[in-house]
Design a protein around this ligand. Sequence first.
Ligand code: AMP
Ligand code: ZN
Length: 132
Amino acid sequence: MCLFCKIIDGEIPAYKVYEDNDFLAFLDISQATPGHTLVVPKKHFDSIFSIDEETASKMLIVVSKVANLLKDKLGVSAVNILNNSGALAGQTVNHIHIHIIPRYENDNIHLAPDAHDFDAEALASTLSKILN
Ligand code: AMP
Ligand code: ZN
């Protein structure tokens, strides 16, 4: 059983902030910022590539509920919503989860990629691969 399935089953403790029939949200053990929360479906899916449509759509509703809980209870005014799918993206637990990372003044979190020059040819080439 995977780590998050064990948390869902109650075999491993977690700092639960929200629970319903299909989802659990708990504090990330390594808090990027205070209130950093993971939203996980109770049904195991490895990543964004294998999640079913019903769970995927419900998950965003739960993410919005939990973001608002953090806003109301912690006074959070900004969040980053993040999913790492695949090892190259930094996924370390292979049970899909969405990070909600509250943002604070001078919190030293850097998530934005570097800016790159506009390259029309590269964009056209990529688009043609995606569409064909
Ligand atoms: P990712 O790198 O996107 O796969 O995220 C996995 C996250 O799970 C990391 O941010 C870890 O800090 C977090 N994590 C690992 N073990 C636990 C645990 N037992 N309870 C809560 N969070 C955990
Ligand atoms: Zn699992």
